[in-house]
Write a protein that binds this ligand. Sequence first.
Ligand code: NAD
Length: 366
Amino acid sequence: MTVHRLAIIGTGKSVGNHLSAIRAMGERVELVAAVDLDETRVRAISEANGIPRWYTDSAAMLAAEQPDLVHIVTPPAPHKALILQAMDAGAWVFCEKPLCASLAEFDEITRAEERTGRRVSTVFQWRFGSAAKHLKRLIQTQALGKPLVGVCNTLWYRTQEYYDAPWRGSWKTEVGGPTVTLGVHLADLFLWLLDDWCEVTAMAGTLDRDIEVEDVSMALVRFASGALGTITNSALSPRQETYMRLDFQQASVEVTALYRYRNEHWQFTLPEGVENPAALAQWQALTEDVPGNHDAQLRDLLDCLERGETPPVSGEEARRILEFAASLYKSAFTGKRVMRGEITPDDPFYDAMNGSLQETPLHHPI
Ligand SMILES: NC(=O)c1ccc[n+]([C@@H]2O[C@H](COP(=O)([O-])OP(=O)(O)OC[C@H]3O[C@@H](n4cnc5c(N)ncnc54)[C@H](O)[C@@H]3O)[C@@H](O)[C@H]2O)c1
């Protein structure tokens, strides 16, 4: 068995998700090094987790360790540069969301993938739980009929102190508000399940936090299948909830959770008074109970690395999600409906999520 050499860049608050996922891979992997600009932090994390070597410079780590896979867990602004650096050093990349700051950066990453033959997968762990995968199969086989109506709500609560962290709340360093940070997990799952989106109409505003980016956004989406959906991303909702609902011709499927789900968080409902043992049996065929977390995504990524296959949430599939976020912002800033594919390199929203390389406060909702 090949043992993959892994390294982590960024050992802040979210590194725990990656450390536990790496531990869950057992002998398939060896975590050889960690990097952080903050020496005290990287040293402490390395000592506490038995990571043999630590660095404060990613280039030095890559040259010395030659890892097969690099986990990038830094704030978003340096993601693109670190991804290119890691791929040029021969590694595949597992990078936290948001993957990068713009479609322009994404296309640069794609060119680097073509040049190096290496691949980048964005962390979108909600797709990888067994219930989500099961539902995707049911949609692909039309077991519940056509999808018609979708609701995707990420109603979370983040205080001003949360946004006082140095990189939070600005277009340049956080890339956006809950649209690309908090709500993006459920939105990714929603857009994956319902497949090709065609158009979006959105509003966003900065209603109650002292930040440049939005603290709430709402979008109406039309899918190629004809289905219609709504997406709400909020950092202002005291009773927090992550809720998705898909209404098919024959049944409703819902998930209500917060940061993780298991099968018990999903609900299946037939229309009142309708007996449909075939549809029910299809849903109840779900027996595995894998939560949608970093472990599940890392396992699939390693399988692809071993087989030399394009991993999930990379390439066109990852671009589709980033393009959705860029289009949502374009619609919110311009007050117009945005069609898929209309953000081309001559569009200001190609280079920056807020359509401007200047800092643009969004204090006055459009
Ligand atoms: N998938 C999830 O569920 C999830 C949850 C929370 C956060 N995140 C994402 O994880 C990432 C990190 O968030 P966080 O809360 O851990 O941030 P954090 O500020 O707590 O930690 C980031 C660390 O990266 C280090 N760093 C910054 N630039 C660096 C560089 N060039 N080289 C090496 N180290 C560098 C910082 O010194 C810091 O220690 C963000 O992209 C965030 O969106 C994902």
